[in-house]
Design a binder for this molecule. Structure first.
Ligand code: DSN
Length: 438
């Protein structure tokens, strides 16, 4: 089947670049922990004519006419999302994860308020209060992070910081934390100081759906997420929330709006204009896919694959931040020399990419190197799992990673050989949204 025939004819330049990127992504190992593959169905909804429509507002209360069908679409996304996550309320309009997180600040805080969050080098997200982001310039981040020794959260330390600083909100969520997060422990801390608890599950939503990671929805005030990454939907965000605000009397006395209404107001008209309806239709399609037993199996296999990969690299003498993984990602810690040499995260990630293993350099807890160099490489298994790979394939991949690191001084000659092997290997697998098995 020829893809994008109209674009091919009208704009061959852009068409070729899209085609080349798809070829690249199906002939290399996509191990960026925050990526996976959207299905053909999700891509079709994204590329649909809904992109033409304006519909500011929410279903049944729009500022434009002509919404009979788009209201049904957004309502389907809402119903499916609520059922999938067991949430009291969902807003499916955020343009992506950062706008969803921005809406949380608008719904809960006032400029200058304190929040607890992880700085980016500790594994947090920009929007969790990082100094270069609105969340760090307009609000005050009280930092916390994994213990540099164990690589895991030390709840006693976190409680002590919370009691001392009394933030109004605690973010729980990470972009580079390989362990399970016990939300109920954070809830206990938040309750001691009357703080909102907000989980960002963008990285781990499929694991929660699959039941292999604790579920934040019952205990958090708001849960935010992207709908791409391992959820395999369109590039967008959504917000799950409780209907009532447990701290209404304390922080919003006299307000006629409950928490769900404040969340909706924060998204529109607080931050955004017209919702991206094609994307919302794609999100509805992705929620449907994520409700299937096959998706739950994918979620379980992501973790099995990450554990198998972790065991395989540990067996080859590599160190991992936090000692291993019980999620979708692992972080190679190059502070322990391999093959007689201490690599930096940056040089290792670059060499791996030349060989066809696409990942990113990443800080490790207690890293002495700058965020532009780092001592770690973050590896994720969602994309590999979406292609149908299982534990035996992780053994093979660990072998290629080791070959790259062993031959890093002569990577120009070794990388093309490995890349060719990987390209052949990838042909055995379906690449969702790109190609079926050849
Ligand atoms: N950029 C994402 C990641 O790679 O973790 C976070 O949004």
């Amino acid at each position: 089947m020829e893809r994008y025939p109209h674009l091919k004819q009208s704009d061959p330049e852009i068409y070729e670049l899209i085609r080349k990127q798809a070829d690249y992504e199906s002939g290399t190992l996509k191990m960026i922990a925050s990526e996976s593959y959207a299905s053909f169905s999700v891509l079709e909804a994204c590329g649909s004519t809904l992109t033409n429509k304006y519909a500011e507002g929410y279903p049944g209360a729009r500022y434009y006419e002509g919404n009979e069908f788009v209201d049904k679409i957004e309502n389907l996304a809402i119903e499916r999302g609520k059922a999938l996550f067991g949430a009291e309320h969902i807003n499916v309009q955020p343009y992506s994860g950062s706008p969803a997180n921005h809406a949380v600040y608008q719904a809960l805080l006032k400029t200058g308020d304190k929040l607890m969050g992880m700085p980016v080098p500790s594994g947090g997200h920009l929007t969790h209060g990082w100094k270069a982001n609105f969340s760090g310039t307009d609000y005050v981040q009280i930092p916390y992070g994994p213990d540099p020794g164990t690589g895991k959260f030390d709840m006693d330390q976190i409680r002590e910081t919370a009691r001392k600083e009394r933030p109004k909100m605690i973010w729980v969520g990470a972009t580079a934390y390989p362990h399970k997060i016990e939300y109920k422990d954070f809830r206990a801390v938040a309750d001691e100081i009357d703080a909102y608890l907000v989980a960002d599950i963008a990285h781990i939503n499929a694991l929660i759906i699959a039941g292999v990671h604790p579920d934040p929805v019952p205990v958090c005030d708001i849960v935010t997420s992207t709908s791409h990454k391992m959820l395999r939907g369109p590039r967008a965000g959504f917000l799950l929330s409780k209907t009532e605000d447990r701290f209404q009397q304390k922080y919003f006395p006299g307000s006629k709006l409950n928490l769900a209404q404040r969340v909706d107001r924060a998204v529109f008209p607080g931050l955004q204009g017209g919702p991206h309806l094609a994307v919302i239709a794609a999100m509805a399609a992705a929620f449907k896919e994520a409700s299937t037993p096959e998706f739950k199996e994918y979620g379980r296999q992501i973790v099995k694959n990450a554990k198998a990969l972790a065991e395989a690299v540990l067996a080859k003498g590599y160190a991992l931040a936090g000692g291993g993984t019980d999620t979708h990602l692992l972080i190679l810690d190059f502070r322990k020399p391999v093959h007689g040499r201490e690599l930096t995260g940056k040089e290792a990630a670059k060499a791996l990419a030349e060989a066809g293993i696409i990942a990113n350099f990443n800080m490790v807890p207690g890293d002495h190197r700058s965020p532009f160099v780092t001592s770690g490489v973050r590896l994720g298994t969602p994309s590999l799992t979406a292609m149908g790979m299982k534990e035996p394939e992780m053994q093979k991949i660990a072998g290629w990673i080791d070959r790259v690191c062993k031959n890093i001084a002569a990577i120009e000659t070794e990388a093309p050989k490995i890349r060719q092997e990987i390209a052949e290997f990838c042909k055995q697998f379906t690449v969702p949204g790109i190609r079926s098995i050849l």
